[in-house]
Design a protein around this ligand. Structure first.
Ligand code: AMP
Ligand code: MG
Length: 488
């Protein structure tokens, strides 16, 4: 029986047909004792994979990097990036791309093992990952998908039976990461800095064909490519804000061309509404704070535009002008996505000029009263205001009158407004204390039941069902701020 018939792997390796400056052939380093601890059956079947076969011996060996499936061509991808504003060479230091799975729907999807050992881009690192952070990425990426936000997905987590040295020895693990590609702003920065113009152009043509095939024959394709990437970034960041997501490490190597969220190291969801919220332990200046995300998206886009300059026009001044024009559009495009989204959260489906004032007033009241972001919108959705101090104030009562008057000025029925709000305001988000509780049970006690229950609840964020109620509570008050870590 062929491997394809057995497990459904159906690889192509189009990225590896680019110039070899863009990657290094690298096999995963085998691990001692692989054990599958999480597997995403729904995702497996949408990829055309046989979940049963993959969860058995030979299948698990592949997810651990101990065996290379037929048709795969493992590589580590080269990329650069601005980390906290500083340009540097990076690349897959602890990941290999096995190849691109061609799904039954003819989609081309990257299959990457993360934590699979050293590569030529590892620098001082060990190429490995630890169990807690890989489980965390699995939980949050799958929650983001269920929230309707473009993201890389998680197919499996395998423990390696080896320990990984961090501050202490921790159990090693490998995550199988699934993405519509891993092309990043940083891939283009790498090409611009170390490649020829032809190599940069080949990379752009590749990205256009893969993600924006309608542009392939357009004479203005590089400019429009920049515009489409800008649009996807604008929409993605607006979507993050609308659910209270803080990415935490929006370095240019972590911003995809596809507009999917990647790199779940230090991300976290905000509880109390405060635009200055930062969770990442290394973000001392708050560069990637909740409220800075749109502006940072614009900064990253400017770096992308710079990388594309040689393709935008033969005349350098004109190329710069085109780049500036495109980057200048971004903030307005972002604002429009955000405004449409937050109107929907308030049940508003048409536009009035005063809407922005109404929205700003609510956000200010939330900030002043330290209200929980998700639960405020949930309370408005269900017209149930028992939980928070904000709801007992005169200011809120005044605001609510204006809001209700606003809702009456549109044609939608009460039922339609409620439906819109239900579908725009999640009941549950991956609350930090819930995620930590699930990780602790799994990592410390080898008990995955808490985690699986959490995954189930997070897989239907807009259900607003009775079994989700206990997952809606914000964390108990504490003096110790929640902290997240990168590259762990
Ligand atoms: P990240 O913070 O995950 O975006 O990673 C930044 C860079 O460090 C990327 O080039 C990673 O591949 C690399 N890196 C992170 N952790 C490790 C590790 N344990 N070993 C080797 N490289 C790593
Ligand atoms: Mg990264």
């Amino acid at each position: 029986m062929t491997d394809k018939a057995k497990t459904g792997w159906n690889f192509e390796n189009s990225y590896a047909r680019l110039s070899d400056i863009f990657f290094a052939n690298t096999n995963p380093t085998p691990v001692r004792e692989p054990e599958l601890v999480l597997f995403n059956e729904t995702l497996a079947s949408s990829l055309g994979l046989d979940g049963q076969a993959l969860q058995q011996g030979g299948g698990v060996s592949i997810l651990a990097g101990n065996e290379i499936p037929q048709g795969a061509m493992p590589i580590a991808q080269a990329y650069a990036g601005h980390q906290f504003g500083h340009f540097t060479m990076l690349g897959d230091g602890r990941a290999v791309l096995l190849g691109e799975q061609i799904t039954p729907q003819e989609e081309r999807i990257d299959i990457q093992l993360k934590g699979s050992g050293r590569t030529p881009f590892s620098r001082g690192g060990d190429g490995r990952a630890t169990l807690g952070p890989m489980l965390r990425e699995y939980i949050i990426s799958e929650a983001m998908h269920a929230l309707g936000i473009p993201t890389n997905r998680s197919l499996a987590v395998v423990t390696t039976g080896e320990s990984v040295m961090r501050e202490t020895a921790l159990p090693g693990a490998i995550l199988t990461r699934v993405a519509s590609s891993h092309l990043r702003v940083g891939t283009f920065q790498y090409a611009r800095k170390w490649g020829t113009k032809e190599q940069l152009q080949a990379l752009a043509d590749y990205a256009i064909e893969r993600h924006f095939p309608h542009l392939v024959k357009d004479v203005e394709r590089y400019r429009l490519f920049l515009r489409e990437v800008s649009d996807r970034q604008a929409k993605l960041i607006a979507n993050w804000q609308l659910v209270g997501f803080i990415h935490g490490v929006m370095n240019t190597d972590n911003m995809t061309i596809s507009g999917e969220t990647i790199d779940y190291g230090p991300c976290a969801f905000m509880n109390t509404y405060d635009p200055n919220t930062v969770f990442s332990s290394i973000d001392a200046q708050g560069r990637y704070a909740y409220g800075h995300q749109p502006r940072i998206g614009g900064w990253n886009l400017a770096r992308f535009a710079e990388a594309l300059l040689p393709l935008l026009h033969e005349n350098q001044d004109q190329a710069v002008e085109i780049a500036q024009d495109e980057v200048a559009r971004y903030l307005q495009v972002h604002h429009n996505y955000w405004l449409t989204g937050i109107r929907a959260k308030l049940g508003i489906s048409n536009q009035e000029e005063e809407d922005e004032g109404l929205i700003e007033d609510l956000l200010q009241l939330m900030e002043d009263s330290g209200s929980d972001y998700t639960n405020t919108f949930r309370a408005l959705t269900f017209d149930q205001y028992d939980e928070m101090a904000l709801f007992n104030t005169n200011e809120f009562a005044d605001w609510k009158k204006q809001w209700q008057a606003r809702l009456e000025r549109q044609a939608q029925s009460k039922q339609a407004i409620h439906e819109l709000m239900r579908n725009s305001n999640p009941a549950v988000i991956p609350r930090n204390h819930r995620v930590e509780e699930a990780l602790e049970a799994a990592v410390e006690n080898d008990d995955y039941s808490v985690l699986k229950q959490l995954l189930d609840v997070l897989s239907r964020p807009y259900a607003h069902s009775a079994d989700q109620r206990e997952y809606c509570s914000p964390p108990p008050a504490t003096d110790v701020p929640y902290r997240t870590y990168c590259g762990t």
